[in-house]
Design a binder for this molecule. Structure first.
Ligand code: ZN
Length: 134
């Protein structure tokens, strides 16, 4: 056995070394209760927009007469995976009754890409003449 060989050791939980959270991390506790390094992720606050022109999904709830409503949504938040640079995490959920499924996807953008996309969204919104949101 060499001295560099990893050996398991018992330690009181939490046993994983905390990371230094980003200033915008909603947890801000170093994620020391995670069970792996890749779970030590910093998330910022999500800001979703309900897409009123897209389909929604409605299902019966557990209580009689109650329903669960899932609108189509899109929203960005700040994200930093373990040992990664911070990115803009763009998440979207699109209901689609025709195909009877919900598309639940995300993509990551650099800060520059997010600014470019935001500028394009604003330019197109102004082009079609919609009133700014209050
Ligand atoms: Zn964090």
């Amino acid at each position: 056995m060499t001295t560099a060989e990893a050996m398991p050791s018992e330690a009181p939980f939490p046993a994983i070394r905390p990371i230094e959270c980003t200033p915008w991390c909603t947890d801000g506790d170093g994620h020391a209760t995670c069970v792996s390094r890749r779970d030590q992720v910093c998330w910022g606050t999500s800001n979703y927009v309900e897409l009123s022109l897209e389909e929604c999904e409605v299902n019966k709830g557990e209580k009689p007469g109650s329903y669960l409503f899932w609108p189509s949504i899109i929203g960005p938040c700040a994200y930093r995976g373990f040992n990664q640079q911070p990115v803009v995490y763009l998440h979207f959920t699109l209901a689609n009754r025709r195909h009877d499924h919900v598309l639940d996807e995300s993509c990551k953008l650099t800060a520059a890409e997010a600014r470019e996309l935001a500028a394009h969204l604003i330019a197109v919104a102004e082009m079609i003449g919609g009133a700014p949101a209050q």
